[in-house]
Write a protein of this length. Structure first.
Length: 299
């Protein structure tokens, strides 16, 4: 997931921020909702899934984790950031900070995702997740494993999941941890009715047709355009005749929080790809475009 440069025709006029149709599976492949499950999980796996998100009661002590408080550094830092971003809503001062930190602590104490065990962390690492810990972005080579390899502790992952907020655990991480827990408990992961699909075929052979379907890329050409790949993929900028013009657009202050210096934009365009965000001990949490552009500039 991130930002990428595409070469498209100069007259390419697909609407900005609208997913390219060639990336979207046709409606005819929509299946029928399974009558016996919510999303393909067995009853036990569904309970674990709900535990992950706090949809059913959870206590940090159940995983041997430390209960968060309003003075936990990561919680307080998040509260301070919220207040700084919206002082008219939260108010200001120490009282506002403590109240917001307590709200966050109560919210996160109710979710397994912020109180995982070492078994859970190991499952995520072995499943190719937690790239913020195990990989680094190398210009021109995307994400590369760290050397020597890194295996974070559960406590480190729990703190990370709080500090990065919505950019932390995603649905794939939830699935990896739930699957590993079911395997350790010796219980079935998938719903017996739909075999884990969460749906059944609307007509015989529908699933095979869907699996045979392939995405189609937008047309290629001489133009330069910035795309996002956080969704299936959509254009984010107008089409420009040269890479320099695109860099100028990216470095225009009107880009707001997406603005980057001209040299950084030019370096990123030359690389052609960046993740959405990168977090390192040296840089903190920064946009992938800024990180790749800055790294390429200093390399």
């Amino acid at each position: 997931m991130g930002r990428t440069i595409k070469r498209v025709p100069l007259d390419f006029d697909h609407p900005l921020n609208e997913i390219w149709p060639g990336y979207l599976s046709p409606d005819k492949f929509d299946e029928v909702k399974c009558p016996d499950c919510k999303n393909g999980y067995s009853e036990r796996a569904q309970y674990l899934h709900d535990l992950w998100y706090g949809y059913v009661p959870f206590n940090p002590e159940d995983t041997g984790s430390t209960r968060l408080t309003n003075s936990t550094p990561a919680v307080r830092a998040f509260a301070e950031r919220n207040i700084s971003n919206a002082p008219d809503y939260y108010g200001g001062g120490e009282i506002a900070t403590v109240l917001e930190a307590q709200r966050l602590a109560d919210l996160w104490n109710a979710m397994w995702m912020h109180h995982i065990t070492q078994d859970d962390a190991d499952a995520l690492i072995d499943g190719g997740r937690l790239y913020d810990f195990t990989h680094t972005v190398v210009p021109g080579k995307d994400w590369q494993p760290k050397d020597p390899p890194v295996r974070p502790t559960a406590a480190e992952v729990n703190e990370w999941s709080i500090r990065v907020g919505i950019m932390g655990h995603d649905g794939i991480n939830a699935m990896v941890v739930v699957r590993a827990r079911c395997e350790r408990e010796g219980v079935e992961l998938r719903c017996a009715t739909c075999q884990g699909h969460g749906s059944t075929e609307a007509y015989p052979g529908q699933r095979a047709e869907a699996e045979a379907w392939e995405q189609t890329e937008p047309p290629t050409g001489e133009g330069w355009q910035l795309w996002e790949t956080v969704s299936e993929g959509s254009p984010m900028s107008p089409v420009f005749a040269t890479a320099d013009e695109l860099a100028t657009w990216m470095s225009d202050p009107e880009r707001g929080r997406n603005w980057v210096p001209a040299a950084t934009a030019a370096s990123f365009i030359a690389e052609g790809w960046a993740p959405s965000l990168v977090s390192t001990p040296e840089t903190g949490l920064v946009s992938g475009v800024e990180f790749v552009g800055r790294t390429a500039t200093t390399a």
